[in-house]
Ligand binder design. Structure first.
Ligand code: TYD
Ligand code: MG
Length: 456
């Protein structure tokens, strides 16, 4: 057999190169390419005899369709993001910055399931069994039957899982970056090792019907360190987000083969672990100072759930040659677009002004529906006029200055009413909202909005 040639793999995106280079062509990162095991650690070996499989007609399966069997943890914020509980025989990746609370929430889930009589095994490559026990004690979980193991070798883990008596319902592997296998030559933490480890765990899930949760650390620029490849291999990917200055944490679904992908679960970190937050809007609005100019409440949606957040803007004459723009919690390109539309269509001159935009509480918004709330906050700050404290804003702004309708307007308004907001400024929505309770103002274009704020 010909000797396999060396290959060079980017540890960030997994692109394979034939020779070493300082910069990866795939993702543009520097210093991420290292020499790696050319077989990728997955070699059948020369002696492998091919085995004939069986193809089944789709129609022949019609009688066998059923709901994916799920394991509900009873932690409703967690069950919400997984789409109703972990699916048996599937693998989920839980990503997030170190220290954000991944191990904490998974230990809580393990304890909750164990109390319901499910068999759970928690394999940690990061902490010793005594340390995991200490954490469990803090979470009030030390009396549950969760099995603990401190292992990093893939073959050892599989042997441990097989040896732990009855097969587990849920296996938690914390974390994939610590896994290493005898079959791959490269160092632990490299793409090859992570891929081999993840593959072995996914195979374990499919073969035994256990749900497997893989924990993955994220680099500071927001990517799961190295193994983005794992995202493609697993059935669902959840990300833990949060801000060090705040106690709340958001678990976000970014991929889910068995459920919705735009759900969030909101938690608050306490000294006894993560607590569920069933009304996130109240939390995000709790520090609000409604009397100052430059603040607008945005009625947003996260999946099926409405979330109200405050958007704060500060527009001030610049003291430097070029005006500054700084954004936290929103897309800066989108802010530039709103500023351009305000200049071009509303006669609002901002070239000589610094503009700062902040989404309160360290929350992050990705919806274009926030355009109208952002524009309102900007105009309010520039004019020095506070917006009505009991009013919410939502609507998408197009380059022509038109305000476009957004999805789920009725649900946004319902949430606003629930929290005591009686007014709303929104796009023209036809008959859908007629008869609804509050004082809704439908506007067609951004100049309408500017005129309303300036005239108030
Ligand atoms: P952890 O779950 O270890 O993070 P990860 O696994 O994502 O790296 O969370 C650790 C942080 O959470 C740490 O800063 C301490 C804090 N914490 C609490 O505030 N309360 C608790 O009950 C626990 C267990 C941790
Ligand atoms: Mg951890």
């Amino acid at each position: 057999m010909a000797k396999a040639r060396a290959q060079f793999v980017c540890q960030n995106c997994g692109t394979v190169h034939s020779r070493w280079a300082g910069k990866c062509d795939g993702c543009g990162e520097w210093n991420t390419i290292i020499e790696d095991d050319p077989t990728g650690g997955i070699g059948g070996g020369p002696g492998k005899v091919p085995k004939k499989g069986r193809a089944v007609a789709l129609t022949a399966l019609s009688g066998e369709i059923e709901e994916a069997p799920r394991i509900q943890t009873g932690i409703s914020e967690l069950d919400r993001v997984t789409g109703g509980g972990f699916v048996r025989g599937s693998a989920v990746l839980v990503g997030g910055d170190p220290g954000i609370g991944k191990s904490t929430v998974l230990m809580q889930a393990a304890a909750a399931l164990s109390r319901k009589g499910q068999k759970v095994i928690y394999v940690s490559g990061e902490e010793a069994v005594a340390q995991i026990r200490l954490r469990a004690q803090r979470l009030g979980a030390e009396t549950t039957d969760v099995l603990l193991a401190a292992e990093t070798n893939v073959e050892d883990i599989l042997a441990t899982l097989a040896d732990s008596g009855k097969r587990p319902d849920l296996a938690i592997i914390d974390s994939i970056q610590t896994l290493w296998s005898d079959t791959a030559d490269s160092a632990p933490g490299t793409v090859t090792q992570v891929r081999v480890g993840a593959q072995a765990m996914i195979r374990f899930a499919k073969q035994t019907g256990a749900a497997v949760v893989l924990v993955g650390h994220v680099t500071k620029d927001g990517q799961i360190a190295g193994p983005r490849v794992v995202e493609h291999m697993v059935d669902a990917v959840l990300y833990f987000e949060g801000d060090r200055g705040h106690d709340y944490r958001i678990l976000r679904t970014v991929k889910n083969r068995f459920g919705p992908t735009d759900e969030i679960g909101v938690f608050e970190m306490s000294d006894k672990g993560l607590r569920e937050v069933s009304n996130p809007s109240a939390l995000f609005l709790s520090e609000r100072n409604s009397k100052s100019p430059g603040a607008a409440v945005f009625a947003g949606m996260e999946g099926t759930r409405p979330v109200l957040v405050e958007i704060q803007a500060l527009v001030a004459p610049t003291s430097l040659g070029t005006a500054r723009r700084a954004v936290v919690g929103w897309d800066s390109a989108r802010l530039s677009m709103i500023l351009a539309v305000l200049e071009a269509h509303c006669g609002v001159r901002l070239g000589q002004h610094d503009v700062y935009l902040n989404v309160a509480g360290g929350y992050r918004i990705s919806e274009p529906a926030a355009d109208l709330a952002v524009a309102s906050a900007l105009v309010s700050s520039l004019a020095g006029i506070a917006l009505p404290p009991d009013c919410v804003y939502f609507g998408e702004v197009s380059l022509s200055g038109a305000v476009r309708p957004v999805a789920q307007a009725a649900q946004r308004l319902k949430e606003a009413e629930k929290l005591g907001f009686t007014k709303a400024v929104l796009p023209v929505s036809g008959d859908a909202l007629k008869g609804a309770g509050g004082q809704w103002t439908e506007i067609e274009s951004l100049p309408d909005l500017v005129a309303r704020i300036a005239g108030s």
